[in-house]
Design a protein around this ligand. Structure first.
Ligand SMILES: NC(=O)c1ccc[n+]([C@@H]2O[C@H](COP(=O)([O-])OP(=O)(O)OC[C@H]3O[C@@H](n4cnc5c(N)ncnc54)[C@H](O)[C@@H]3O)[C@@H](O)[C@H]2O)c1
Length: 258
């Protein structure tokens, strides 16, 4: 068991935004533990690149929706790295098919809310309990970052279950920040706008057209690296008198204008 370096868990870190966060935190000197439903073999190149960069990592295939998977992942993380300093709750899903809120199925609600909100809640619970067992290192005991979405407060009537799941995570961020502040565990939320990943592939043309039409003040697709940088800022000691806050990483999309 090694305990000298900082350790970050990133859920859903095989690809996309999660992997952007993994790369950035690796560059910042963290050892990385990833829980993802994907097989490592499908994303091996991403992890070979971490090896080349001298980043230590652990990959466990499993789901945030399974109590057994969450527990065994945390046990493996502690066995390999000894502690957890940062939890980035990134794993998330969109509805398999976009359907009007009046046609939404219970199955789709359970899939999306069960993954994004319930899975994240109970993942956080076991990791936060672990953080509380650990010493304070430097200025804080731990950091938790929830990756939500502009959908926290932007309506999409054809994927209401997604909006609800992310809005739930927004209040969870504040509840956890409140509960854990005295323990010096700081909790933040990042709301990405449109980020170029597998998740947005099906709506690539629609969002490219919106960008072209000027819907985003910074007129380009967001990249996973943009989210990695924001997570990195929260994990640094720059925000130690700040908890329960969110930041929009969306090219200014949240700005209301006439
Ligand atoms: N791409 C965007 O424009 C965008 C915008 C706002 C928010 N987000 C959020 O960012 C996060 C990452 O999305 P992305 O765009 O990189 O999508 P993605 O589909 O490329 O990545 C999601 C990752 O989560 C993993 N995952 C899914 N369900 C899981 C589960 N039950 N347990 C463990 N891992 C699981 C997937 O295997 C995948 O690696 C999601 O929470 C998403 O809602 C994305």
């Amino acid at each position: 068991m090694q305990v000298s370096r900082k350790v970050a868990i990133v859920t859903g870190g095989s690809r996309g935004i999660g992997h952007g966060v993994v790369k950035q935190l690796g560059q910042d000197g963290y050892a990385l533990a990833v829980l993802d439903i994907n097989a490592l073999a499908d994303y091996q190149a991403n992890f070979d690149a971490l090896d080349k960069a001298g980043v230590e990592w652990l990959y466990v295939q499993g789901s945030i929706t399974s109590a057994a998977d969450r527990e065994s992942f945390l046990a493996k993380t502690l066995e390999k790295f000894g502690r957890v300093d940062v939890l980035v709750n990134n794993a998330g899903v969109a509805p398999k098919t976009r359907q009007d809120v009046l046609d939404m199925t219970e199955e789709s609600f359970d899939f999306v809310v069960g993954t994004n909100l319930k899975g994240t809640m109970f993942m956080t619970q076991i990791v936060a309990r672990q953080m509380l067992k650990q010493d304070i290192r430097g200025k804080k005991r731990g950091v938790i970052v929830n990756i939500t979405s502009s959908s926290v407060n932007v309506s999409s009537p054809n994927r209401a279950e997604y909006c609800m799941s992310k809005a739930g995570l927004a209040i969870l961020t504040q509840v956890l920040a409140d509960r854990l502040a005295a323990e010096r565990v700081l909790v933040y939320e990042i709301r990405p706008g449109v980020i170029e990943t597998d998740m947005t592939r099906v709506v690539h043309k629609k969002y490219s057209d919106l960008i072209e039409a000027g819907a985003f003040p910074i007129a380009r697709w967001g990249q996973p690296e943009d989210i990695g940088l924001a997570v990195s800022a929260f994990c640094d000691d720059k925000f130690i008198y700040t908890t329960g806050n969110h930041v929009d990483v969306d090219g200014g999309f949240h700005i209301k204008r006439l």
